[in-house]
Write a protein that binds this ligand. Structure first.
Ligand code: FAD
Length: 474
């Protein structure tokens, strides 16, 4: 009887899982395993919020496997050694996994492949297109999103049907660690409030997709920039952990169009395209996780992160309501709306002139959807240091942004109840109220003068980036 191992990583689902599908075709017995080996993730081991999500996602995958007659094995240790032992214990003839594009995982896969006595089959399962298959006419990687998306979206017309989940999986009895032994769940349990907002796991992801298609997809373009409304899918953590595939999502949106629920899925599919672009950049420019992609910032005068400003930003105490509301939404739910991510990132890198890597590291630890491709792309885009980025000199005015995208102040007052009694006209700039008593429990003024900070950022940019290299204070 043939046995195959399925090595789960960021593909914690049974449906549309190329590795699961291939293993089930190749063998009668399957050994599903997840390995706890932070060293395999290099410089970016999963942050605290991601680990809390992972605990629930692994439990959900185990339940899914049990419902078809199997179970998830949990093992810990050096990945290569664990896989070698498991292959020997189970008599497996091969190991199946879905490809990852993070630099550390590419290195891990190469080491594992070279050290195994059985073949490692790496499948293409977590992206619409493998990163090396999308290239310019000259055969080089794309550096600009629009032509990348033009090229990739043409392929969506031929999108294959997602693979069905297996209905029965036979597995040998093998030892597994209990989930608690992995120490993923935090103590004390600061994560408990998260779970009012999220249901990790494949079934939670499918239910969320269905709800989005039925209730919000048709209004996506109109509402996607409004943090005060439920306008986006909130599928990002499910996508990051592979509890749902981009193909399942794209297929559902295209079907919704055919069924008359959503006249134009284009704007939503384009966002899935940004995710693909993030993975494309990560694959082709792995240095983008820690270095400015634009060489023009080599001499930029970034501010010392120890100034106390970074800490105020992290804790949502800058005195700028839309920034603080975003940082508190992040702290309390593990997620932040995309428009607000752009605002808080612009504020950190421009008004506070703190290098984006400090913000990226904080997001990495606190986001449940922390994703190396999307996070590096989002930060480099916002800071103006990326390949296809908002220019540094385009500085968001956080008050104007707040008034435009949260016109009644509902978003900021949800996360900053201290401001709830203020009229909508001033809620995004409470320091302008003509009264001697500012709202209790909230900073009386922004930590920097917004106009002066904007001028300072432009001067720093002019001195180094626009006008040539200057001294680096980083
Ligand atoms: P929807 O609008 O419903 O979009 C559907 C899916 O498309 C998302 O789930 C996501 O996978 C993808 N997507 C949407 N917008 C973007 C985008 N701008 N870039 C790349 N992919 C996108 N996203 C992450 O998944 N992980 C991160 O660590 C991350 N860090 C970010 C940091 C900064 C500074 C910025 C500006 C953006 C970051 N993003 C990140 C992108 C984006 O903010 C989130 O993907 C989005 O807010 C998720 O919400 P949603 O699922 O409701 O998105």
């Amino acid at each position: 009887m043939h046995t195959a191992i399925v090595w789960f990583r960021n593909d914690l689902r049974l449906a549309d899982n190329a590795a699961v599908d291939a293993a089930c075709r190749a063998a009668e017995r399957i050994v599903p395993v997840w390995i706890d080996d932070p060293a395999a993730e290099g410089d970016w081991p999963a942050g605290a919020a991601s680990r809390a999500w992972l605990a629930r996602s692994l439990a959900a995958l185990d339940e899914r496997l049990r419902s078809v007659g199997s179970r998830l094995l949990l093992r810990r240790g050096d990945t290569l050694q664990v896989l070698r032992n498991l292959a020997a214990e189970s008599g497996a003839a091969g190991i199946h996994c879905n490809r990852r594009v993070e630099p550390a995982w590419i290195a891990t896969d190469a080491r594992v492949e070279a050290g195994l006595d059985v073949p490692l089959h790496r499948h293409h399962g977590n992206l619409l297109a493998a990163p090396e298959t999308v290239s310019t006419g000259q055969g080089t990687p794309y550096r600009v999103f629009t032509p990348f998306w033009r090229r990739l979206s043409a392929e969506l017309e031929m999108l294959a049907e997602p693979l069905p989940a297996p209905t029965r999986i036979a597995s040998p009895e093998l030892d597994s660690l209990p989930l608690d032994a992995l120490g993923l769940t935090p103590a004390p349990r600061w994560d408990l409030p998260f779970w009012q907002h999220w249901t990790p796991g494949e079934l939670g992801a499918q239910a969320l997709l269905e709800r989005f298609v039925l209730t919000s997809a048709a209004r996506y373009e109109a509402l996607r920039d409004r943090p005060d409304r439920h306008g986006t899918s909130r599928l990002s953590p499910h996508l990051h952990f592979g509890e749902i595939s981009p193909r399942q999502i794209a297929r559902a949106l295209l079907d919704a169009m055919l069924d008359g629920f959503c006249a134009d899925p284009g704007p939503f599919l384009r966002e899935l395209g940004w995710r693909e672009f993030g993975q494309h950049l990560l694959f082709h420019f792995p240095e983008s996780t820690r270095h400015d992609l634009s060489p023009r910032f080599a001499g930029f005068r970034w501010r010392d992160p120890e100034s106390g400003l970074l800490d105020a930003w992290r804790r949502g105490l800058t005195g700028v309501p839309i920034v603080d509301a975003g940082m508190r939404e992040l702290w309390q739910t593990g997620w932040m709306h995309n428009r607000v991510r752009m605002i808080v990132a612009s504020f950190l890198t421009k008004h506070l002139r703190i290098h984006w890597l400090h913000g990226a590291r904080w997001f990495w630890d606190t986001l449940v959807d922390a994703d190396l491709g999307n996070n590096s792309l989002g930060w480099q885009w916002s800071a103006g240091t990326g390949v296809d980025a908002a220019p540094y000199f385009r500085i968001f005015n956080p008050v104007t942004q707040g008034r435009r995208f949260d016109p009644l102040g509902r978003y900021v007052t949800r996360w900053l109840p201290a401001l709830a009694s203020l009229p909508a006209e001033v809620v995004h700039a409470p320091w302008t109220i003509e009264s001697s008593s500012p709202p209790a429990g909230y900073p009386a003024r922004p930590i920097v003068d917004l106009e002066q900070a904007r001028r300072d950022a432009l001067a720093a940019w002019q001195a180094s980036v626009a006008g040539g290299p200057g001294p680096s204070a980083r």
